[in-house]
Design a protein around this ligand. Structure first.
Ligand code: 5GP
Ligand code: ZN
Length: 174
């Protein structure tokens, strides 16, 4: 025989289970969304932290730096372009018919020291190299832009500089 009190209890219990399952499903769903978002959030947080890190450098001319001295006209160089922010000069030991170094005037030792404030400056460095390549007539054939970072990357002068190399066939990397 069906006990009405028992059926009500069973009905209520089933309802609770259904509610509980729905809550669990919702939690799983939001967890899945959170998980899906996590990698990019984590990535952008890391990038943000890196960009906001105070760059290890001084905006003054560094005492013992060759490129600061060239920028400050304390050392001679074959200057091919200059404005308030950048200076470009021929490399003393050219590795190609065109080998120009494009250098920010402020002292930034390596790429590792770049911060958010340098985004435009570094963009201008590339645009300056692009304009020089065009002026030299090597833009059509092509050229190579190099930024070496630290000893492992082949950096020997610790003031950021962009190498513009062109006028000969470059070997493919790798
Ligand atoms: P890195 O090896 O640091 O990427 O490049 C440094 C570059 O600076 C080299 O290609 C080197 O030939 C050049 N260089 C070093 N000293 C002088 C200098 O006194 N004057 C000029 N114009 N280039 C220099
Ligand atoms: Zn310097």
């Amino acid at each position: 025989m069906n006990d009405p009190a028992k059926s009500t209890l069973t009905f209520v219990a089933a309802g609770r289970v259904a509610l509980g399952l729905r809550r669990v499903a919702k939690q799983l769903e939001s967890f899945a969304v959170r998980e899906a978002r996590l990698p990019s959030e984590r990535f952008s947080a890391t990038v943000r932290m890196t960009l906001q890190r105070a760059p290890h450098r001084s905006d003054e001319l560094a005492d013992d730096c060759i490129f600061c001295k060239i920028a400050n006209k304390e050392l001679p160089a074959d200057i091919v372009f200059e404005d308030d922010e950048l200076i470009a000069f021929n490399d003393i030991s050219p590795q190609a018919p065109t080998h120009v170094l494009v250098v920010p005037k402020i002292h930034i030792p390596t790429v590792n020291d770049l911060g958010d404030d340098d985004a435009e400056r570094m963009g201008r460095l590339v645009l300056c190299a692009q304009a020089l390549a065009e002026a030299r007539g090597i833009d059509g054939d092509g050229y190579r832009l190099i930024l070496n970072c630290n000893e492992g990357g082949g950096q020997t002068v610790f003031h950021i500089h962009l190498h513009l190399l062109g006028g000969r066939q470059m070997r493919a990397l790798g």
